[in-house]
Ligand binder design. Structure first.
Ligand code: PBG
Length: 337
């Protein structure tokens, strides 16, 4: 018998063969594009650490969303950046808050063509930059930490206000215990049974959120988020978080960040039956952009490779700042590593 019997290279001969046997598909409908919305008109503030992205006033958001739809992106995730912040994050839930106005404007303009998701958290709206209201806590490095239960009411109020503005999906990213149940109950009480919850169920206390916090002005003013976001060393805990959120009523669960946590995406995918999302966060995007700018990696291939890896790990939905370019290439069949 000649050696070797198996020759895997036979199935790697040429594009057509490789396409025939490729195990992972990546279509534009999988992508969700995040936006940062600010007050004002005709305003675009470029975000230095997130190339190609700007904080946008609502009129500019409409222009961008139209272009994104044209590229094949059908879902967006909105973050509001209010003019004024306070201790309880009032800007997050007021009826005429920035994100509420943005949701209403998008739904008015694009109707059901565009799926609109609202990020539900207080950190962009609090003057201390934490994801809920604070209380003294001698165990915490800053001497204070987020007070879980009083924060739930504010988060639920935020979700209801986004639903009232027309959001299709609310996405709580605060990591308080019990918030999915609190939000589901409040949505149902207010008549928003149809609004889905995408829970940031497995969100790590990560260094990769740096550019986002820059963009949103949401870095904690003291201490850090390790009292509520997960320890990067843990995976079983993530499965538990995801399962708890499903029991509380999450329609979809998210793992975040994505690339450093592919094993977690896989574990969560195998342990729950709901769709799993993964968030390729700002720092992951910035790494690719910065290295490409230096000529150290090929940006297009790196984007395709990372998104493929995230999908291969088990993500049904990918939230990414590269959604537009990825959608264009996915449609052309050129989103290939
Ligand atoms: C808000 C929130 C954060 C991100 C999404 N929602 C920041 C944080 O937890 O500090 C990060 C997204 C990104 O880095 O792209 N709680």
């Amino acid at each position: 018998m000649s050696f070797p019997i198996e020759r895997p290279r036979r199935l790697r001969r040429g594009d057509a063969m490789r396409a025939l046997v490729r195990e992972t598909d990546l279509g534009p409908e999988r992508f969700v594009l995040p936006y940062f919305v600010i007050e004002g008109e005709n305003a675009r503030q470029p975000i230095a650490s997130m190339q190609g992205h700007s904080r946008l006033s609502i009129d500019q958001l409409l222009v961008e969303a139209e272009a994104a739809l044209g590229d094949g992106v059908r879902s967006v995730l909105l973050f509001g950046i209010p003019d004024e912040k306070d201790a309880t994050g009032t800007g997050a839930w007021v009826e005429d808050g920035i994100v509420q106005k943005a949701i209403a404007a998008l739904k008015k303009q694009f109707g059901h063509d565009l799926l609109v998701m609202g990020d539900v958290c207080l950190c962009e709206y609090t003057d201390h930059g934490h994801c809920g209201v604070l209380k003294d806590d001698p165990q915490s490095s800053a001497g204070r930490d987020v007070d879980n239960d009083p924060s739930l009411e504010l988060l639920a109020r935020t979700a209801v206000s986004q639903a009232a503005a027309g959001a299709d999906v609310v996405a709580p990213s605060d990591m308080m215990d019990g918030r999915v149940g609190a939000i589901r109950g409040a949505l149902d009480d207010a008549g928003f049974q149809r609004v889905a919850i995408l829970s940031y169920a497995v969100k790590y206390a990560s260094s990769f959120y740096g550019p986002f916090r820059d963009a949103a002005g949401s870095a904690p003013q003291m201490g850090d988020r390790r009292g509520y976001q997960m320890d990067p060393a843990n995976v079983r805990e993530g499965i538990r978080e995801a399962a708890a959120d499903v029991v509380e009523g999450a329609d979809m669960v998210m793992v975040k960040p994505a690339l450093p946590y592919l094993d977690v995406i896989r574990a969560v995918r195998e342990s729950v039956d709901v769709p799993v999302a993964a968030y390729q966060v700002s720092g992951e995007f910035a790494l690719i952009k910065a290295a490409a700018e230096k000529g150290w990696i090929d940006e297009e291939r790196a984007i395709a490779e990372t998104l493929t890896a995230i999908r291969r790990a088990g993500a049904d939905i990918i939230i990414t700042y590269a959604a537009r370019e990825a959608a264009v290439r996915a449609r052309q069949g050129t989103l290939l590593p």
